[in-house]
Design a protein around this ligand. Structure first.
Ligand SMILES: C[S@@+](CC[C@H](N)C(=O)[O-])C[C@H]1O[C@@H](n2cnc3c(N)ncnc32)[C@H](O)[C@@H]1O
Length: 298
């Protein structure tokens, strides 16, 4: 992950978006890019929140933008993350929230989910938003999420499935990148090979290499236990490759950048629907039934 310089006034809040140009490698650098990435995740989660005033656990809440929105909707939210820096920012954002007085309860905890001592109460909803692929032994983590839910409770899991990125996805990435490079609208330290087929191979190898280096979980390692433990209510593949494109896009005109970002999302969605590329982000929604579950292995 490339280091960005985070400005003192950075507030990861979808309702207080502004331009933070020093956050070059993050969608937070422009309000419309944050809305088209983190905002999209928040809207997707919202579609499946099963009621009002719920007790919600946001596992790996990061900087807390999602927990904050859920609390503003009136839910009682606990966000936990193993990275103290994330929680410091989440708390700062929570404390300066202009909607504080109308919000539901919101709490944050610095905690590794796998080591967290299970509380003596249950949640109505557990969310993993782009977190489960980081957690070793995802089956065990999902078993814990299952125990933390009341019967009838719900899990929403929006996850990166790196191993689905394939030659066709890399070819699309290559062509978008080449088009954006022509006017100088794509900047990255990683130079491509001279010919197209070696470049596509390089993009594919870089993509897989990073995921392997970080020991991300493979898609089936997450999906198998999800389907074993929970009654599936929804499954979809969502656009996500555009996040990577947006990170390295450098378009001087915000209007043009917004139009291009929107068209990349639309294109990725259409290519997923037509089967022309392999998607890398899934949304699984499932409910905990009263059925007895034996062990789930990783
Ligand atoms: C890609 S970020 C996603 C953050 C946020 N959920 C979002 O959608 O923007 C993954 C987060 O998971 C956290 N994380 C990774 N492993 C964890 C663990 N075992 N327990 C708690 N948090 C974890 C990381 O610190 C990081 O903030």
């Amino acid at each position: 992950m490339r280091a960005d310089s985070i400005p003192d006034d950075f507030t990861p809040d979808l309702r207080r978006l502004k331009s933070w140009p020093s956050m070059k490698h993050s969608p937070w650098r422009q309000p419309y890019l944050a809305d088209l990435t983190f905002g999209e995740i928040q809207r997707l989660v919202d579609e499946f929140v099963p009621g009002q005033s719920l007790k919600i656990l946001d596992v790996g809440c990061g900087r807390g933008y999602l927990s904050l929105e859920l609390a503003r909707e009136g839910h009682d939210v606990l966000g936990i993350d193993s990275d103290q820096k994330m929680i410091i920012l989440a708390k700062k954002t929570m404390d300066t929230d202009p909607y504080k007085s109308e919000r539901g309860p919101l709490n944050y905890l610095v905690q590794d989910f796998t080591e967290w001592r299970e509380p003596d109460y249950k949640f109505d909803l557990v969310i993993f938003s782009r977190t489960l692929h980081h957690i070793p032994k995802p089956g065990r983590a999902l078993g814990k999420a299952h125990r933390l839910l009341r019967i009838g409770g719900r899990i929403i899991c929006i996850e990166y499935a790196f191993d689905r990125f394939d030659h066709r996805s890399a070819t699309w990435f290559y062509h978008v990148r080449k088009v954006l490079e022509q006017p100088g609208w794509y900047k990255t330290a990683r130079k491509l090979h001279k010919d197209a087929s070696s470049s596509v191979k390089q993009i594919l190898e870089e993509w897989m290499g990073l995921a392997r280096k970080e020991h991300f979980n493979r898609s089936q390692g997450m999906l198998r236990p999800l389907r074993r433990l929970f009654q599936e209510r929804h499954f979809s593949w969502e656009p996500y490759i555009y996040w990577d494109m947006i990170m390295d896009m450098r378009v001087p005109s915000p209007d043009t950048e917004l139009a291009l970002a929107r068209s990349l999302i639309a294109m990725e969605g259409a290519l997923i629907d037509s089967g022309a590329i392999s998607p890398v982000l899934f949304c699984f929604v499932g409910d905990k039934t009263g059925a007895k579950i034996t062990s789930v292995s990783d």
